[in-house]
Design a protein around this ligand. Structure first.
Ligand code: HEM
Length: 444
């Protein structure tokens, strides 16, 4: 078996693990730069391979997807998410995907647009001229409220602070979760383990409350939660969805449905504020298209520049910064063979900033999404939503929400960055800003 090159494995395979723990993105970039598009390293007993070319992304996510299962991060995420859509495998995944899919059909997404705009307007009404905001907290509150209403028909705005706090704790535990010693460490009464358990309990309480509320009312509002509960009830005992499954699915959609879009929006404001010409064109577009009226679903197609801004922001700061898959058999890449059990990583963060596919890759330039300038770029040089049978189910939801929220807020407010130092990234389960992004709101 011929293994690809990679950094020295060191004692117990922990040589590179320390580097990785210090700065995950820099460490992966170093591996790709030094060892090429196919590289391998170890994290204790676990072998990983970094495949850093769009052809390999397609290979792993689409063409040879059947050779892989979900990777270690998502297996570990089962602790919080259980067996929801994001973590389930095989037949169970297929069944759940079919069940949940109707909530994301085009007419349903169109139906959510009004709620997206209404909540963005409420935020725009709440802000005061000259007020300093923590943009990431604001965007989380907004996307959480939208997910709560559209998917669960419930108001969770008051819970936004607690959810953000609980998720921060879960994210802070990410290095522990990913440690090769996690199965042992998690059994110890460490303060970080206790904090994690409390955070999980907070999220569980909220999800169960939402489910219980709905069950008591026994109404079918046609939203996702009603669908989940109906799927459970229809079959009676031994049915398709147990209470636990409803909880897992609801938790998955609740978290996946707001955290990623909150990050995308936060980074977008951060980038736009640093580029006055982009900000001006964004304002010009929303003024021309919307004038003084509220946005509607039909405006989505009329706001191409706003969409390009969002595309470009998710290029530089992809909320999902890497996708991992575990090989269920030995597999060949290029002239190498990787053994069964290897966790394969493909990274949006690395490929979206790769000079082979993007001129001046570090530059925030929404115009690179003009159709002419996309010619010749491989499809999987950009994959913020993944690909293949596990592609993000919420992709259209996210585009609709991102564009309408940006347009609604930009129509009324200009956000000025109040940071002198660049905001570092925190690559945990998603790519969060490491600290609050302080911005000052000015009425337009
Ligand atoms: C900017 C926003 C978003 C980004 C960047 C994003 C990214 C992704 C990515 C990369 C995956 C694939 C993960 C993998 O292959 O291992 C994924 C899956 C998923 N996403 Fe999203 N997502 C976003 C928004 C949403 C929204 C709004 C929802 C729900 C309302 C959602 C729900 C899900 C679910 C349930 C899955 C698992 C799908 C499956 O395995 O069948 N996402 N997302």
């Amino acid at each position: 078996m011929r293994l690809p090159p990679g950094p020295p494995e060191g004692l117990f395979g922990l040589g590179f693990y320390r580097t990785l723990r210090r700065d995950r993105l820099a460490a992966l970039a170093h591996v790709a730069r030094t060892y090429g598009d196919v590289a391998t390293f170890r994290m204790g007993p676990q072998r990983l391979a970094l495949l850093n070319h769009p052809d390999y992304v397609e290979d792993v996510l689409v063409t040879r997807a059947r050779l892989f299962k979900k990777g270690r991060a998502l297996e570990r995420a089962k602790r919080l998410l259980g067996e929801g859509l994001l973590t389930a495998e095989g037949e169970s995944h297929l069944q759940q995907r079919r069940l949940v899919q109707p909530a994301f059909h085009k007419p349903r997404i169109a139906g959510y647009a009004a709620s997206m705009v209404a909540h963005a307007q409420r935020a725009a009404d709440r802000w005061r001229d000259g007020e300093q905001l923590d943009v990431a907290a604001e965007m989380t509150r907004l996307t959480l409220t939208i997910a709560g209403e559209t998917l669960f028909g419930t108001d969770v705005e008051a819970d936004a602070g607690a959810v953000r706090q609980a998720l921060t704790t879960v994210f802070d535990a990410f290095p522990l979760t990913m440690s090769p010693f996690a199965p042992w460490l998690e059994k110890l009464p460490l303060p970080s383990v206790k904090r994690y358990e409390r955070a999980q309990a907070t999220l569980d309480r909220l999800i169960y409350r939402i489910i219980e509320d709905r069950r008591r009312r026994q109404d079918d509002r046609g939203d996702l939660l009603s669908m989940l509960l109906l799927a459970r009830d229809e079959e009676g005992n031994g049915g398709r969805m147990t209470d636990r499954q409803v909880r897992d699915e609801a938790m998955t959609l609740f978290l996946a449905g707001h955290e990623t879009t909150a990050n995308a929006l936060s980074w977008t404001w951060y980038l736009v504020a640093q580029q006055p010409d982009v900000e001006r064109r964004l304002h010009d577009e929303v003024d021309a298209v919307l004038g003084d009226r509220a946005a509607s679903v039909d405006d989505f197609a009329r706001l191409p520049y706003t969409r390009m801004v969002l595309s470009e922001s998710m290029r530089l700061y992809p909320p999902a910064w890497a996708v991992g898959r575990r090989a269920i058999e030995d597999f060949d890449v290029n002239t190498y063979t990787l053994p069964k059990g290897t966790v394969v990583l493909v990274s949006q963060y690395l490929l979206h900033r790769d000079a082979r596919f993007y001129e001046e890759p570090e530059r925030f330039d929404p115009d690179r999404w003009l159709p002419d300038r996309q010619k010749g770029r491989p499809k999987y040089a950009y994959f913020p939503f993944g690909g293949g049978n596990r592609v993000c189910i919420g992709e259209s939801f996210a585009w609709m929400e991102g564009v309408l929220v940006l347009a609604t807020l930009a129509r009324r407010w200009r956000l000025e960055l109040r940071e002198t130092e660049p905001i570092p990234t925190q690559p945990g389960i998603t790519l969060r800003p490491r600290r609050p992004i302080r911005m000052q709101a000015y009425r337009r």
